[in-house]
Structures are given as C-alpha cells and as structure tokens.
Design a protein around this ligand. Structure first.
Ligand SMILES: [Cu+2]
Length: 156
C-alpha cells in the first residue's frame, strides 16, 4: 500500500511540475507588449448614440521565449470586451468570437479593420477623441497584459 501511495505522490509531483510551472512562465521579466492601440469611434450622428459598439486595433508583440495564449479581455471603460475576427466568405463579411489567441515566441498578432479586432460594447461613459482607454488581456495560466488604446474619430 505504501508503495502505491508513494508512486501516486511522485506522479502527482511530476504532473504538478508540468502543470504548476505554467504560471511561472509569466513571472519573469519578459512579457509581451500591446502597441499602437487605438479605438475607432462610431460615426457621429443620431445613430451613434444607439450604436454603442466600437472596435479596437493594434498589435501584441511577443519578444519572449515562451508563447502566450490570450483567453479574454476586459476594460474598465466598457461593460463587455471580446476578441473577434472578421472574415469574408462568398462576399459576406461575418464576425466570429475568438476564444483563444496564441502569440508565438518572437511573434506578434495584429488587430486591424477587416480582421482581428477587439470588440468593445456597453461603454460606461461617452468617449472623446484623443482620450485613452485601457484594455486588459487575460492570459492562459494566469496573469494579464495591459494595453493603452487611443480613441480616434472614424476616418471617412
Ligand atoms: Cu466584432
């Protein structure tokens, strides 16, 4: 009986060495950075008040040796933040939710109009052009990345 228990404990320790080590990936100095973040305001006009949906763009750059996986996002300025991807199939543009976004070591992901974007809904206060909001990206295994996004008027 004792041997079985010892084996169980050593296997548990081994599994923990693998699984429990994951959060320490982010414990070092190296963390991916959020760069060139900006939020596109909806067009002004009567419709803008009801269209409280905005998109955020920018880049997440991983200069670290380990990959990171983004599993969600939030912002104190919005009630809801999601990672989305726009894809055009048969001439129809559709958005889909991206539950996990991997950023490879020495890699980056780009959020841009017509592609990956940060979908921001339920703004807690009106946003002014030139102001900045913060988006927090949650990482698989714990920890998060903070990104600053500049609020910009829509380009016509
Ligand atoms: Cu979207």
């Amino acid at each position: 009986m004792r041997n079985r228990l010892e084996r169980f404990l050593s296997i548990a320790a081994l599994l923990c060495a693998v699984a429990c080590a994951a959060p320490t990936v982010y414990a070092g100095d190296c963390r991916p950075t959020v760069r060139e973040g900006w939020v596109r305001l909806p067009p002004t006009g009567p419709a803008a008040k009801t269209a409280a949906i905005m998109a955020g763009y920018g880049r997440i750059v991983n200069t670290c040796a380990m990959p990171v996986v983004i599993v969600g996002a939030s912002s104190p300025s919005f009630g809801s933040v999601m990672l989305h991807e726009t894809r055009t199939a048969d001439g129809v543009s559709k958005m889909r939710h991206v539950p996990e976004l991997r950023v490879a070591p020495d890699g980056s992901v780009t959020f841009r109009p017509g592609g990956l974007h940060v979908m921001l809904t339920k703004p807690r206060a009106p946003l002014k052009p030139g102001s900045r909001i913060v988006v927090e990206f949650a990482l698989k295994g714990g920890g998060s990345l903070l990104g600053e996004f500049e609020v910009r008027k829509p380009e016509i």
